[in-house]
Design a protein around this ligand. Structure first.
Ligand SMILES: [Ca+2]
Ligand SMILES: [Ca+2]
Length: 380
């Protein structure tokens, strides 16, 4: 696409029925894909290869019914070179793909590095304010790293692959598998430093958030609402958590609160041993087990065939939080008042800035996808 020296913009185009809808591989200074429809490609809708930070923007598109990933971004490292990709993926509507958004960073040894010098591969995308629904999996990340293998000729191998993406303010609902999956593999030590902040995960038929236990510094799960998924937050093995806080995790077996909310976490998680200012029970990391009071949660429909889940569909809801003092009603473009206020209002991490929250905002960010935005619910 484009010349080697100029920005490229694709706007209001339709990309359909290709192998891969759009392949972006970082020669251009900057590529922006906006307000377009990317659909029914046999493999991925958009496949992003290595590119300098700030050079790829995928904004406000409809990306649906692609055979593999709606959007993928992949960095890899071999013996002599490391790759980096850091796309901005913002405000897209992504549905009916095998995986909504897939991010990976892979550093190989063996035939790649041979233990000589393995540079690192990093994927550090900014994935924000997307609506991701009815995919096989919602957002999936994968980091694979090997080595250090040896110190041949005295060089220090630095094999590594890091997944440091920021995943924030997304609505990830009604997917057939997990909402967000964060996986690592290889023997090179932890590579997962993703930050999962202020997302709303509901009605997914896998875990709300699934992650490998081998995480590194920077990993954080904060201010999310994880409600009525098959399971809540799942670690793939025994996990000594850090920075998992200020989330609502509730009703993740679709019936009984507190069941399947935390899997492979220490028993202190979800144990209600303290209270917040409203008198509601919290665990030691300020996580709440309570109904988040969405204005309207979406719902699954069996499509008349209760024995066949493959043709089921999800009817979208409205995940703005109820508030006595003001909730944004996008259907009518106005603020309305409810008879109740969600416990998620002003319940995010006090260290997270309130951002664009309108007054009164309590001086504290809300949980969920609208926390920190101009559509956050108003404080009591
Ligand atoms: Ca069905
Ligand atoms: Ca607030």
């Amino acid at each position: 696409m484009g010349s080697a020296q100029q920005d490229s913009t694709l706007s209001q185009v339709i990309i359909a029925f290709a192998e891969t809808g759009l392949t972006i591989d970082g020669a251009q200074p900057r590529i922006r894909v906006a307000n377009s429809e990317i659909t029914q490609n046999r493999l991925s809708g958009v496949a992003i290869g290595e590119a300098p930070p700030g050079s790829v923007e995928i904004v406000e598109n409809r990306i649906h019914h692609n055979g593999a990933n709606g959007i993928s971004a992949s960095a890899s490292a071999d013996a002599w070179s490391g790759g980096h990709v850091a796309p901005l993926i913002r405000a897209n509507d992504i549905y009916r793909n095998a995986v909504g958004i897939y991010l990976e960073a892979v550093s190989s040894s063996g035939s790649g590095c041979l233990g000589v010098f393995c540079p690192s591969a990093t994927t550090s995308g900014d994935v924000g304010s997307n609506h991701i629904h009815l995919n096989g999996w919602g957002i999936s990340t994968y980091s694979e790293r090997y080595g250090p293998v040896d110190t041949w000729v005295g060089r220090l191998p630095t094999a590594g692959a890091g997944l440091g993406s920021l995943i924030h303010n997304n609505i990830v609902v009604g997917n057939f598998g997990p909402g967000i999956s964060l996986a690592t593999a290889g023997d090179g030590g932890p590579g997962l430093s993703a930050k999962v902040i202020n997302n709303t995960l509901a009605g997914n038929r896998g875990a709300g958030i699934w992650h490998s236990p081998d995480v590194s510094e920077g990993f954080a799960i904060q201010n999310n609402i994880v409600y009525k998924n098959l399971k809540g937050i799942v670690s793939d093995g025994a996990f000594d958590p850090a920075k998992i806080s200020n989330c609502v995790i509730s009703y993740n077996d679709n019936a009984d609160n507190n069941k399947n909310d935390w899997v492979n976490y220490p028993a202190t998680y979800g144990k209600r041993n303290t209270k917040n200012a409203q008198g509601l029970p919290l665990d030691a990391a300020m996580n709440l087990s309570w109904d988040p009071l969405f204005y309207k949660i979406g719902s699954w429909n069996t499509n008349g065939t209760s024995k066949d889940p493959n043709d089921d569909f999800w009817t979208n809801g409205d995940y703005h939080l109820k508030s006595h003092t003001g909730r944004w009603d996008p259907a009518n473009n106005r603020w309305v008042k409810d008879t109740m206020t969600s416990v998620c209002v002003d319940a995010g991490d006090p260290k997270t800035p309130v951002g664009d929250e309108p007054e009164p905002n309590g001086g504290r960010i809300d949980m969920g996808a609208y926390g920190g935005t101009a559509q956050s619910s108003k404080s009591p």
